[in-house]
Write a protein that binds this ligand. Structure first.
Ligand SMILES: [Zn+2]
Length: 392
């Protein structure tokens, strides 16, 4: 009964909130949803900025060579290619968004998918089934966790938030959604690319973001999202791409050098040619994956791939029991197992041994008659051709 009572209360609260919103829209006389956003300052068209949560840089144990660290960081937080990513939109409560907002985010997933990549995106109805959980809390800015970092979020936590209405023209609309999804694919801010060589008017930048954003940015937030240079080893593209969707627009007076941007920098909008090249390089459409032989219990198979490459193996168990999957040899890999049902793939288990002196390994219970796919992506190897994988 308590459950039922709460549900009626929630419904009443939602109705009251909708009436309140309707009143605001009528009073404001503004078409669309802009009047909803009570957290925006007076200037509705001013650029709003993504603000990713600060995370400490990855530390490596002593004895890890620079070359090995570089190889790991360059792939860091990217998904194995072919990963079916599932996303969920909060619909009620503090994080809930309306259909118009979700529709823009869906279009943004399509923009990435239409480049022709090996990842798939599927909307699901429960947060527990989604890797990417998207909220619409307007008091919390727009942000996303980076790539596989979403897996570190607690089960009910958001991995992405939109802090303003997306159904507006310009960079605060669809491009914001494309940008945040770019983070979920493992991409960092392009204006923090050390190859950009941007020299900032530091005080002007602090002042700008402390006064134009809602909630205002403190110095730490501005440092993390703007002024900090990303580790050169983590940069996805080799050169600076000021038109990247992962690049912010900047008003005049914030950039000192390169001098042509002293009067401001505004990316062209949408995915740049560079964005498409980079996302295809990390997630080539299926042709980019080396197809390995079928795994058989107790028989090892060579892996034989280069840094950044991926090899897939099929496994069809002939009995239902627990199986151990493990790599052998000196290399850093991420190894992930999926179950294949028709064209659907479901994550079963995975392990990432990059930067550690051990091999990727996991034990799972599998069912006879079902079909599984093991994906191995290589970060780094010390000696080519001496690595293998086995299931037993
Ligand atoms: Zn961002």
């Amino acid at each position: 009964m308590a459950q039922r009572g709460r549900s009626v209360q929630t419904q009443l609260a939602e109705i009251a909130s909708r009436l309140d919103d309707l009143e605001k829209r009528l009073a404001g006389g503004i078409a669309g949803d802009e009047a909803y956003d009570t957290h925006v300052g007076a200037d509705q068209t001013a650029p709003r900025y993504c603000c990713v949560p600060a995370e400490p840089p990855r530390e490596f144990a002593a004895g890890i060579s620079d070359e090995r660290a570089r190889a790991i960081l360059s792939m860091g937080n990217k998904w194995v290619n072919g990963t079916p990513l599932r996303y969920y939109f909060y619909r009620s409560g503090r994080y809930g968004g309306n259909e118009a907002q979700s529709a823009v985010a869906r279009r943004a997933f399509d923009v990435w998918k239409n480049v022709g990549i090996g990842l798939t995106f599927t909307e699901v109805a429960t947060p527990g089934n989604a890797e990417i959980r998207i909220g619409f809390d307007h008091s919390d800015g727009s942000w996303s966790r980076i790539g596989t970092g979403v897996l570190n979020a607690g089960p009910g936590e958001r991995t992405m938030n939109f802090g303003w209405n997306l159904d507006v023209p310009g960079p605060n609309g669809l491009d914001t959604a494309i940008h945040e999804i770019g983070h979920s694919l493992g991409f960092h801010h392009e204006h923090q690319n050390p190859n950009a060589g941007i020299v900032w008017n530091t005080q002007a930048v602090y002042d700008h973001f402390a006064t134009t954003q809602s909630p205002p940015w403190d110095r730490g937030t501005t440092d993390f999202n703007i002024l900090r240079k990303i580790n050169p080893q983590s940069v996805s593209g080799s050169s600076w791409d000021p038109n990247s969707i992962m690049h912010y627009a900047f008003e005049a007076g914030l950039i000192q050098l390169p001098s042509q941007y002293q009067n401001g920098l505004r990316p062209a909008g949408g995915l740049s040619a560079g964005d498409k090249e980079v996302v295809r390089r990390f997630y080539p459409a299926d042709g980019g994956v080396v197809s390995g032989p079928q795994l058989r219990a107790g028989e090892s198979q060579f892996v034989n791939i280069g840094p950044g490459e991926q090899k897939d193996f099929a496994f069809l168990p002939t009995e239902s029991r627990r199986f151990r999957f493990q790599t052998f040899g000196e290399f850093d890999t991420v190894m992930v197992l999926f179950e294949e049902t028709g064209s659907q793939m479901t994550y079963i288990s995975g392990d990432d041994d990059s930067g550690f002196d051990r091999n990727a390994s996991f034990v799972v219970r599998l069912q006879e008659g079902r079909r599984y796919r093991l994906k191995i992506r290589l970060y780094y190897s010390t000696a080519a051709g001496h690595q293998s994988v086995m299931v037993w």
